[in-house]
Design a protein around this ligand. Structure first.
Ligand code: GLU
Length: 447
């Protein structure tokens, strides 16, 4: 089996040797799926995984725009249309200077499995740009978004490809891009999710990734007859996912003690309660400030410059910042401090060695494609509401989100429960996602 996996990775490597993040994401899936395919004769011999690692289409384009000083700036835009076997391409747009083909292909590949896990008819895609929104004026953001959509509009549509937000793309950017699409096409239609509440957005969409990550942690704890109540939680990040994970965890009786951004982390041993979280939301979403300012408002808290929060003792960790933010050393520190639940809010935040360390200690570890699927699931619900031109209530959407997260958890158990009773959520999530996409691909022939 080892040899089969190695041979497969060698093949992928030929075309993607300069794409480390993509190779990392593929290897994790290959390790779970290749042994499974070998045990299921009807999947064997169809080169299904080989077809899945090749995007159906990659679009790369120029994004020229004029900054506030009158200078013409050129960024690179991307859209990876990875797999449409079970629905229109679906996945976010990331605006961040680190964006490149490797990162977007890894995200698009993860998205295929994640979206399948939601049981909604969503294919997988991802896109974005190496544009850095940090420090840009509102006008610059608008001009950039308009230029970006000036090309992307040709490739998307409610039945073709439906982007959403990701890092650097929130309600403001979605608004500017939606406006440009509407002007160019002269149609008001659900081509993006994460829209504003008064123009086609869904309740709970902003909250859903963070809420879902917490619901998933709650389900994992449930397998051991435990709950989040009274638990100490470390969260990394301070964007949309981290904020709402903090909100829901606190509501369920846990104490969240850390948040972070690229400059460092804050530790508040008394817990980041509702009032303090409101401060963080204003700071991050409106003033677009740095997390270090938290300690000016709450002097009992501490700021640790340039560090990640994983040395803080906790029972539950929720990495909600970015890929590979939690390495082996951090994993070992978490474990030695008593952490026994990790629910990923970001995509692939733990390195392979960190995952190995978690699983070796048999802790409750959920990969992002399972635990952060609540965001895209609610995007799927937004698409449904747009199609039937109706708006469900907050309660209705939240109930549907809970049901979906619960079903994802059940699927992970179905395919990931080991002989000794340990639930391998990585294997479970990958196989459950694969089965759905593979069945559709087999039914639709070699296309
Ligand atoms: N960017 C989010 C993710 O990683 C959401 C994608 C979407 O809603 O389409 O799943």
């Amino acid at each position: 089996m080892e040899l089969k996996i190695k041979n497969f990775m060698d093949l992928v490597n030929v075309r993607s040797q300069h794409e480390p993040e993509f190779l990392q994401a593929v290897e994790e899936v290959a390790e779970a799926i290749i042994p499974y395919i070998a045990s299921q004769p009807h999947y064997s011999g169809n080169n299904l995984l080989l077809r899945m690692v090749e995007p159906e289409r990659v679009i790369i384009f120029r994004v020229p725009w004029v900054d506030d000083t009158g200078e013409i700036v050129v960024n690179r835009g991307f859209r990876i249309e990875m797999n449409s076997a079970i629905g229109p391409y679906k996945g976010g747009l990331r605006f961040h200077p680190s964006v490149n083909l490797s990162i977007l292909k890894f995200l698009a590949f993860e998205q295929v499995f994640k979206n399948a896990l939601t049981n909604l008819p969503l294919g997988g895609g991802k896109g974005g740009s190496d544009f850095d929104p940090k420090g840009k004026s509102d006008d610059e953001i608008m001009r950039f978004c308009q230029s970006f959509m000036g090309e992307l509009f040709r490739h998307i549509g409610p039945n073709t490809d439906v982007p959403a937000g990701d890092m650097g793309v929130g309600a403001r950017e979605i608004g500017y891009m939606f406006g440009m699409y509407k002007k160019l096409r002269n149609e008001f239609t659900g081509i993006l999710t994460g829209k504003g509440m008064s123009w086609g957005g869904s309740y709970i969409r902003p909250e859903s990734t963070g809420y879902g990550t917490v619901y998933f942690a709650q389900s994992m704890l449930g397998t051991r007859g435990d709950t989040l109540e009274g638990k100490t939680i470390t969260i990394s990040g301070s964007g949309n996912v981290a904020q709402y994970a903090c909100e829901k965890a606190t509501e369920l009786g846990a104490k969240v003690v850390t948040l972070s951004d690229s400059s460092g982390y804050i530790y508040d041993k008394d817990g980041i309660d509702e009032e303090k979280l409101a401060f963080v939301m204003e700071l991050k979403n409106v003033k677009r400030g740095r997390i270090s300012e938290y300690v000016t408002a709450y002097p009992k808290a501490q700021f640790f410059e340039g560090q990640t929060p994983w040395s803080v003792p906790c029972e539950v960790a929720m990495p909600c910042a970015t890929q590979n933010e939690l390495n082996e050393e951090a994993a070992k520190t978490l474990l030695s401090n008593g952490c026994f639940v990790v629910s990923e809010g970001a995509n692939m935040p733990s390195t392979p060695k960190a995952v190995e360390a978690f699983q070796a200690k048999r802790i409750l570890y959920a990969p992002g494609k399972a635990s952060n699927a609540g965001g895209v699931a609610t995007s799927g619900l937004e698409m449904s509401q747009n199609s039937i031109r109706i708006k469900w209530t907050r309660e209705e959407v939240n109930e549907k989100l809970k049901t979906i997260m619960n079903e994802i958890h059940e699927s992970c158990i179905q395919y990931g429960k080991q002989e000794d009773g340990y639930i391998d959520y990585v294997v479970g999530a990958n196989i459950a996602g694969f089965v759905k996409v593979a069945d559709a691909m087999l039914a639709q022939g070699v296309v």
